[in-house]
Design a protein around this ligand. Structure first.
Ligand code: KIV
Length: 263
């Protein structure tokens, strides 16, 4: 029986060993990635990467649960984190009933929600009710419509202080870890040093306790737009297009299947 990485193990990694986090949305990829991933995030980025939508905002709780179940079926050892999608945590009670659904129905170890000190009250309520919560600060993709686009955060001293203050407020409220996205590296480093919980960065420089990437970005499957912070570890798109072209050509030519692939 394989055992999942525990929250205690993750938290002990702060300052000792970098935490590796990557997204996955299905069992197949979860199984491929988990030998190397401390945490698998079922992010609401699946609404873009998997479902082809413009942003993350239309992802639903049902969809997140479905994909998280699949990830938990494929990955038995990584810690699994589920995103609370847009509109599922506007107040304490709604947040708690959705987080309870996530725990009961998906098999996730923790939930993640976007927001700074304004969400501390909700984080506290979930924590008091035995839910492990990851905060998500800095650039918050669920705010893209209200903010009119994506932009790097923490460019001014005022913004930096605001982000560090949010990290501290979330830790005090009981958050077990933080994701920090799209900020200047000095901001992420300051946050990492200001709290005792692990801080995992994306587009936030190297001064965090770990890193997270969206799998389809990291492996070159989503190649229409590659943000500056994404390192592409595989030309997945080219490989799949090449393989598909060869398969199609062999079928058209009557070359596949030959006797090697026939009963
Ligand atoms: O939804 C997601 O994949 C995320 C990452 C970008 C951290 O929240």
């Amino acid at each position: 029986m394989k055992k999942r990485k525990t929250l205690r193990q993750l938290q002990k990694m702060k300052g000792e060993e970098k935490i590796v986090m990557i997204t996955a949305y299905d069992a197949l990829f979860a199984a491929l990635l988990e030998p190397y991933a401390d945490v698998i995030l079922v992010g609401d980025s699946l609404n873009m990467s998997f479902a082809g939508k413009e942003d993350t905002l239309s992802a639903t709780m049902d969809q997140m649960i479905y994909h998280t179940q699949a990830v938990c079926n494929g990955a038995k050892e990584s810690y699994v984190l589920i995103d609370m999608p847009f509109g599922t945590y506007p107040d304490r009670q709604t947040a708690l009933s959705n987080a309870i659904r996530a725990y009961r129905e998906s098999g996730a170890d923790a939930v993640k929600l976007e927001g700074g000190k304004e969400k501390a009250d909700i984080v506290r309520y979930l924590s008091e009710n035995a839910i492990a919560v990851f905060g998500h600060i800095g650039l918050k993709p669920q705010s893209v419509r209200s903010e009119g686009g994506y932009s790097v955060k923490g460019k001014s001293e005022e913004e930096k202080a605001e982000i560090v203050g949010s990290a501290i407020a979330l830790e005090e409220a009981g958050a077990v870890a933080l994701i920090i996205e799209g900020v200047k590296p000095d901001v992420a480093a300051a946050v990492t040093q200001s709290v005792k919980i692990p801080v995992i960065g994306i587009g936030a420089g190297s001064g965090c306790d770990g890193q997270v990437l969206v799998w389809s970005d990291a492996f070159g499957f989503f190649d229409t737009f590659v943000p500056k912070f994404v390192k592409t570890y595989l030309n997945g798109g080219d490989l799949v297009r090449g393989a598909m072209a060869q398969y199609a050509q062999e079928v058209k030519a009557g070359e596949f299947p030959d006797e090697n692939y026939t009963y």
